[in-house]
Design a protein around this ligand. Structure first.
Ligand code: SAH
Length: 254
């Protein structure tokens, strides 16, 4: 798949494509990313990309024309109908389901906003979808674009060290959309605290049951709506329900 990124800060991107496990996806081209410097598409000596808002008020607004020119160059360079995505607080919140969708797509053209945002006429005419990464305001869409690219890259086959290990992560349907269980590594006792006995038992079924129980408890505690979703989808068995009932009884007692 291919992602084209339109940004005023192209220098922010390269370290993310050459570091950590996800570099495999970027270097192999399984997630092919091209960064487009918006300023290259601005006119005049000053290569202006922003201007004051009509109606007054603070801040600057990204002008439509440089974005339009840059988009034209990208369209000429890729002969598909990749959607144009703008990062914005008003967008749909990014979650595992949409990341999984993007990771199996042809990719997209990602527009990183800056200043107060983008001239609405460009959005109305050329943006197909808007994505938010949460209910807070960033200074620019670059971190949001990197969040999407990183999450998409780690879902590519062969990117994580263990094939399928992303299926063990939080929100993955392979584990019914539950949150992850706690993890422990050496030493066996750290500052007087031992590792839970079940994990040291070497008994595969017991270890899996322990992990499942912790996933259920943690999810019920932090994100009860995910338990409801798993239940609604018929993904919880009797043993699961017993753990959840026991947890409820315990919290009722305390
Ligand atoms: N005036 C806008 C905020 C602009 S912040 C508002 O109040 O909604 C500048 C740019 O940062 C935005 O154009 C967008 O591309 C990016 N951005 C800010 N917060 C974001 C978020 N939560 N998710 C995705 N992109 C965000």
């Amino acid at each position: 798949m291919r992602f084209d990124v339109i940004t005023l800060f192209p220098e922010l991107f390269p370290p993310f494509f050459t570091s950590g496990v996800t570099r495999r996806a970027f270097e192999s081209g399984s997630v092919n990313v091209r960064i487009w410097s918006l300023r290259d598409f601005a006119e005049g000596n000053y290569r202006r990309v922003d201007d004051r808002p009509f109606g007054g008020g603070p801040g600057m607004v990204m002008m439509a024309e440089p974005l339009f020119q840059c988009l034209g160059a990208i369209r000429a360079d890729r002969d598909d109908a990749a959607p144009v995505v703008l990062f914005s607080p008003i967008g749909t919140r990014l979650d595992h389901g949409s990341v999984a969708g993007w990771s199996a797509s042809i990719g997209a053209i990602l527009v990183c906003g800056r200043y107060e945002g983008v001239d609405q006429r460009f959005i109305d005419g050329h943006v197909d979808a808007q994505i938010s990464i949460g209910d807070f305001v960033l200074s620019g869409g670059e971190i949001a674009a990197l969040a999407l690219l990183d999450a998409v890259a780690r879902l590519q086959p062969g990117v994580l060290n263990d094939e399928g290990s992303h299926q063990m992560d939080s929100f993955n349907p392979a584990l019914d959309g539950l949150l992850d269980c706690p993890h422990f590594t050496r030493p066996e006792t750290w500052h007087g605290q031992p590792v839970p006995a079940a994990l040291m038992s070497g008994h595969h079924a017991n270890i899996e049951r322990w992990r499942r129980d912790r996933r259920l408890e943690i999810t019920a505690l932090h994100r009860p709506e995910l338990i409801e979703a798993a239940r609604g989808a018929g993904r919880l068995n009797q043993a699961d329900e017993a753990v959840l009932a026991q947890q409820q009884n315990q919290s009722a007692l305390t």
